[in-house]
Design a binder for this molecule. Structure first.
Ligand SMILES: Cc1ncc(COP(=O)(O)O)c(C=O)c1O
Length: 480
């Protein structure tokens, strides 16, 4: 599905909107005059005017007569967002893994419109190019199938990943990179490299159920931290937690938390890296959505501020190139030897041929174009989805405004049960994910995660209308 190149004014508007989201342009700050914008970006007067008109229409900026354009004090849509989460902040064992498994299985039923899975749209993945690389190697290098690959991974892929990570601002040596079976294995190996059974891991609330399952499987406990729907984890709460109790590690999704879509702002990233390094608590940074960013180029990863080898950056190519390759990695800093050993014990090594194929693909240098095109498509879908949800769902519904990734988080009015809505939707061949599986003890009863990864605009509108009817029906049954 070829996406047309965006107009110049659109590119400029997206760039400025990104700077506003990240706080690089502060609320109330005056923007450059139209003329200054023309000069700074070598664009025509009409492009500059169109840029500001679009930003105004979208609610990012406001025009003040005879004074120019200013960043709006309350960002657009902030009044429709959920508040910061307020978990209990006690270390707890996890008991949702079985529930998560059921939900994921149901969502795969054939014929279901899938607003449930946080998957990339195959139409936006370079599948033919990847298939060509695999076929080429299968024909000319079948010997790759005749040996075990080394545990740390195919050397050329480790080198390509080290280069790849430069776009996230990270300078990693290939030696610290271990290739894994997707990001999920990267997370599991990292947890076991830095902590043991019974230890406590600090996480965002809500967080990806896969993170909860990995912590549960390792016999560890989770301490949930308050998390803001836009800015991610609350660093003051983390600082307090570090003073009060022994944390073995912190496992966060700074770039587009699943399910919130939140993004830790640039200034907080440095503080986060410093805070954890000085407490000697490793950070497992899940960056699987980092390159599906609505601000382009993407923000530097927290790891880029790490000077102590304290951050284990976990990611994969599942969201940008192809989840079926099952290729991910950990840039493990000073824990590289332990992660490599864990990999050897877990399954010896990741298959060599797909690693070699991916290395060849990355060497061609088309990754940025593919990831940027997909990010733009997801941005448009996220805006559409949010609009329709606010229009179709019962009054009082709140929706996050993702800054990247493929999911958003919905807070329903307190008389609408998210699990009941999930069940009713599934009966109508529509899958959504109930909020209960995003916390250790099924806390988010009135929440949903909705994905815009797999459905295009046309499918989405019909699906949200249907969901709205079901939600109104549940709401009226509760109040009658
Ligand atoms: C936040 C997060 N981390 C990790 C993963 C797992 O990624 P992979 O498919 O590469 O194992 C997912 C999958 O959806 C995810 O949403």
């Amino acid at each position: 599905m070829a996406e047309p190149a965006p107009f110049l004014y659109r590119q400029l508007a997206d760039m400025l909107a990104g700077q506003i989201r990240q706080g690089l342009l502060a609320p109330g700050e005056r923007l450059p005059s139209v003329r200054a914008l023309c000069e700074a970006h070598a664009v025509s007067l009409s492009t500059a005017v169109q840029t500001y008109l679009s930003l105004e229409q979208e609610g990012w900026v406001e025009a003040r007569p005879r004074a120019g354009y200013f960043v709006r004090v309350r960002p657009r849509g902030a009044e429709c967002e959920p508040a910061m989460s307020r978990p209990q902040m006690v270390a707890r064992e996890i008991a949702v893994a079985h529930l998560a498994l059921d939900v994921v299985k149901e969502a795969r039923r054939p014929g279901v419109v899938n607003l449930g899975a946080a998957w990339a749209d195959p139409r936006l993945l370079p599948l033919k190019a990847l298939a060509r690389e695999h076929a080429e190697l299968a024909r000319h290098k079948p010997e790759l199938l005749g040996v075990y690959e080394i545990s740390a991974g195919y050397p050329e892929l480790r080198r390509q990943v080290a280069r790849h990570l430069q776009r996230a601002g990270c300078r990693c040596a290939p030696d610290e990179i271990i290739i894994t079976n997707g990001c999920m294995e990267a997370l599991a190996l990292s947890l076991r490299a830095v902590a043991k059974s019974g230890d406590t891991i600090a996480i965002e609330s809500p967080t990806f159920y896969g993170v909860l399952q990995a912590i549960e499987a390792a016999g560890m406990k989770a301490l949930e931290l308050p998390t803001h729907p836009r800015d991610g984890v609350d660093l003051d709460s983390l600082e307090q937690a570090l003073k009060r109790r022994r944390l073995a590690a912190c496992l966060l999704i700074p770039s587009f938390n699943n399910p919130l879509g939140s993004c830790i702002p640039l200034a907080h990233r440095e503080r986060l890296a410093r805070l954890l390094a000085s407490a000697d608590v490793p950070l497992i940074e899940d960056d699987v959505f980092g390159d599906i960013s609505f601000q382009w180029p993407r923000l530097p990863a927290v790891k880029s501020f790490d000077r102590a080898g304290n951050v284990l950056l976990c990611s994969s190519f599942s969201k940008t190139l192809g989840p079926g390759c099952r290729l991910g990695y950990v840039a493990a800093g000073r824990y590289a030897d332990r992660v490599e050993h864990g990999k050897l014990l877990a399954n010896i090594a990741t298959a060599g041929l797909p690693q070699a194929a991916l290395a060849n693909y990355l060497a061609r240098g088309t990754y940025d174009r593919v990831a940027h095109r997909a990010s733009r498509a997801y941005y448009r879908r996220s805006e559409q989805l949010r609009h329709w949800l606010l229009e179709c769902m019962p009054a009082g519904t709140r929706v996050t405004q993702p800054q990247g990734g493929v999911v958003l988080w919905v807070e329903l009015p307190s008389h609408v049960d998210g699990v009941a809505l999930h069940d009713a939707a599934l009966q109508q061949q529509l899958s959504i994910t109930p909020g209960v599986i995003f916390s250790p003890h099924a806390d988010y009863r009135h929440h949903l995660r909705i994905s815009y990864g797999l459905v295009d605009d046309a499918e989405m509108q019909g699906a949200v209308r249907k969901l709205g009817v079901l939600a109104h029906d549940l709401a009226s049954r509760r109040s009658s």
